[in-house]
Design a protein around this ligand. Structure first.
Ligand SMILES: Nc1ncnc2c1ncn2[C@@H]1O[C@H](COP(=O)(O)OP(=O)(O)OP(=O)(O)O)[C@@H](O)[C@H]1O
Ligand SMILES: [Mg+2]
Length: 362
């Protein structure tokens, strides 16, 4: 991305997308301290593209004198949803009522405490979830077997009241150790079955004061938790015009992929600038609207003809292909369209994603 910075990556497989892009990849176990130590000794700064490196290993690397950004004390809030909820509540940031629950009977007790019936509760494993894995929306029809599932992994389970919302938003910022921060426009993210499908930047029709409030929340969370790098704050917009925090991510985030083509400085570049304590780049959008749609694996035996077709059909579309094995439902790439006609941008981006998935034929 033109910064002239040497990058290396510790990755589980030579075939991982990051290893395909960065030739100086070390294949190893990013959850094991010996490999983390031998990787870190050749780095000036270590950062992440996911939050699953165990907290105790990060602390050990910090004790060795390595520079880890964001630091383990900040990252903890993206690793553990219960710690995050308690800390944000203490900071006065709006979130749902919540507590750790121990079994299905305790879920019913929680529902009664928040004056809700079972239809209003969301259960989450506190650690290790992603793309809706580790999240259960509980309603009156939920069977006893499903209600027992969250407790099976042996990881503490967090219960939250279900937040009534009109849509989901995301506030993306980058913050440097120096304390400089930049805020990207607030985007709308469309989720299906717990997976982010589409992002529209900026969120259409969002009241300007709500957009500023969402940006202020993200900036104060970043300052309060001492986040360095990119922070994504996933939010709910409520029917009465408030924003409520869902969760935090401290790394380049799916709701920021639009910035690669749609912003002056991408989230990836600003993440690197931030962790290197360089001045940050402008987060301004390049066009009135940018639409990003994720490409999920479908049932096409060979995606290559479809990949070529969408490029030929729409030369203004930007196609990003991650080089992963294609499996149904797995995120294997994304497309971005930018311009001023939102209806047209959405149609084109969705067409490409649906085509590669094998859902449309022309
Ligand atoms: N308290 C809640 N009220 C209403 N809906 C919720 C609540 N918590 C989660 N959801 C829904 O479930 C989705 C997934 O939840 P969450 O973001 O916590 O899980 P995740 O699997 O960690 O997601 P990610 O892939 O973003 O890491 C949310 O995007 C939202 O649609
Ligand atoms: Mg989420």
């Amino acid at each position: 991305m033109g910064l002239g910075v040497g990058l290396s990556v510790l990755t589980a497989s030579r075939h991982d997308p990051a290893a395909q892009a960065i030739t100086a990849a070390m294949v190893g176990n990013e959850k094991g301290l010996p490999d983390l130590r031998s990787f870190a000794k050749n780095c000036d700064v270590v950062t992440f593209d996911h939050e699953h490196v165990p907290q105790e290993h990060l602390k050990a690397l910090e004790a060795d004198g390595h520079i880890i950004r964001p630091g383990s004390h900040a990252l903890l809030h993206a690793q553990d949803k219960s710690v995050m909820r308690s800390r944000l509540e203490a900071m006065g940031i709006p979130g749902p009522r919540h507590r750790i629950v121990t079994d299905p009977a305790d879920v019913a007790a929680f529902a009664a405490e928040v004056h809700a019936n079972r239809g209003n509760v969301v259960l989450k494993t506190t650690r290790g979830g992603y793309d809706g894995k580790g999240v259960w929306l509980i309603d009156a029809d939920t069977s006893a077997a499903v209600l027992a599932e969250p407790f099976e992994a042996g990881v503490p389970v967090l219960a939250e009241e279900r937040v009534d919302h009109v849509r989901e938003l995301s506030a993306l910022i980058a913050r440097s150790p120096y304390g400089q921060a930049v805020a990207y426009p607030i985007v709308e993210s469309v989720q299906r079955d717990g997976i982010c499908m589409e992002v529209v930047a900026p969120a259409p029709g969002l009241a300007p004061q709500l957009a500023s409030q969402a940006q202020r929340i993200a900036l104060s969370v970043a300052a309060g938790l001492d986040v360095v790098g990119v922070l994504a704050v996933e939010l709910f917009e409520t029917p009465d015009g408030r924003v409520v925090v869902n969760e935090l991510a401290m790394r380049p985030h799916n709701t920021g992929h639009w910035t690669i083509d749609g912003a002056v400085t991408s989230q990836f570049e600003n993440h690197l600038r931030a962790v290197l304590d360089l001045p940050l780049g402008s987060p301004a959008a390049r066009a009135p609207y940018t639409v990003m749609v994720n490409i999920l694996g479908g049932n096409l035996p060979d995606t290559y003809p479809a990949y070529r077709h969408v490029m030929a059909r729409d030369p203004s579309l930007k196609v990003h292909w991650y080089g992963k094995d294609v499996r149904p439902g797995r995120k294997v790439g994304h497309v971005t369209a930018y311009g001023d006609d939102l209806v047209d941008l959405r149609e084109r981006a969705w067409h490409a994603a649906d085509y590669i998935r094998g859902d449309v034929e022309w």
